[in-house]
Design a protein around this ligand. Structure first.
Ligand SMILES: Cc1cc2nc3c(=O)[nH]c(=O)nc-3n(C[C@H](O)[C@H](O)[C@H](O)COP(=O)(O)O)c2cc1C
Length: 294
């Protein structure tokens, strides 16, 4: 909470849901008052939810996601399927325009893992969605934490924890460079001359890293904002990653060293950016554990 313009305490509200038959409360689908008259897989349910949240002054709706049915219990997915334990879960990305078109101010946060994607593809998808919602998109950056997701995606072994975050670190670095590849005034749109954009203001990103390669400018010009936020546990790698995030960040951590690392990261100016600074300490919230809150 923080003080608003009138000096009163101001609360931020975030709705935590999932694009599936339940959110996180098991057996909710069976409750007699659950989704009366609505089908979770169709637009009216999400549009109505968006409108209710906006009326209720929520800052944002946040869509959690996993990529495959859990199969830890009894080494099987049977009970997951039988009792709809976060199963089925539909793709959260598709809901962004659906909710966006029914609302005007509500932020829309989606969860996408960095582990099975490319930075170039991610930037194109997120930028497109951010344009469509006029800058209301948020990205919950996760690295995928369960074995079943890796098996589903065709990997024999789960990528080890440290490596996942090292990959994610590089992934976000490339994303940020792609988001900077169009200068703010690159688009001219002069119908007289037929010149739409100035190619000298659209820059190739040449990245030849440990995990990712890219040799192209972004295919979508820089959107209104390129926000990312983190929701995670007490890991230093996460603080490193969070320090690269733009727009807003959450570090859910009880580890003071992670907090200190994140503060140092945030204090550092992001020198290379061609666009006005979008990253600022004020936009970050560190939740849990540490005494000082920012
Ligand atoms: C509030 C909150 C929401 C989260 N949502 C997701 C999610 O939607 N999908 C996901 O794969 N992981 C999610 N996570 C898990 C984190 O990405 C992370 O894997 C987990 O907190 C364990 O931390 P570690 O990966 O640093 O060990 C969430 C964590 C928190 C605290």
């Amino acid at each position: 909470m923080k003080n608003g313009a009138n000096g009163k305490k101001k609360m931020h509200l975030l709705s935590f849901v999932q694009h599936g038959v339940i959110n996180h409360a098991q057996l909710m689908w069976a409750h007699p008052r659950d989704k009366i008259g609505y089908d979770y897989a169709r637009p009216p349910f999400w549009q109505e939810m968006g409108r209710i949240l906006e009326r209720g002054k929520f800052d944002a709706i946040f869509l959690a996601d996993v990529l495959a049915p859990y199969d830890v219990y009894k080494d099987s997915y049977e009970d997951t399927v039988r009792y709809a334990v976060q199963c089925p879960v539909h793709d959260p990305v598709a809901l962004v325009p659906v909710i966006g078109c029914a609302t005007e101010k509500l932020g829309i946060g989606i969860t996408i893992s960095t582990t099975f994607d490319t930075p170039y593809g991610m930037v194109r998808r997120l930028s497109t969605l951010d344009h469509l919602t006029e800058g209301r998109l948020g990205w919950n950056v996760v690295t995928s934490y369960s074995q079943n997701e890796f098996k589903a995606m065709g990997l024999k072994e789960m990528v080890p924890h440290e490596e996942r975050y090292e990959r994610a670190d590089e992934f976000i670095e490339v994303c940020n460079r792609l988001w900077d590849s169009w200068e703010n005034d690159a688009i001219i749109a002069d119908a007289e001359t037929g010149i739409y954009a100035d190619p000298t203001k659209v820059h190739r990103v040449e990245h030849n890293g440990k995990y990712y390669r890219c040799n192209s400018p972004s295919f979508v010009r820089f959107p209104a904002a390129a926000p990312s936020h983190l929701a995670g546990r007490s890991k230093r790698a996460r603080a490193r990653l969070c320090g690269q995030a733009r727009g807003s960040g959450f570090l859910n951590s009880t580890d003071r060293q992670s907090h200190a690392l994140l503060r140092r990261r945030l204090a550092r100016p992001s020198g290379r950016s061609r666009s006005p600074p979008r990253r600022h300490q004020d936009h970050f919230r560190i939740t849990g554990g540490g005494r000082r809150k920012s």
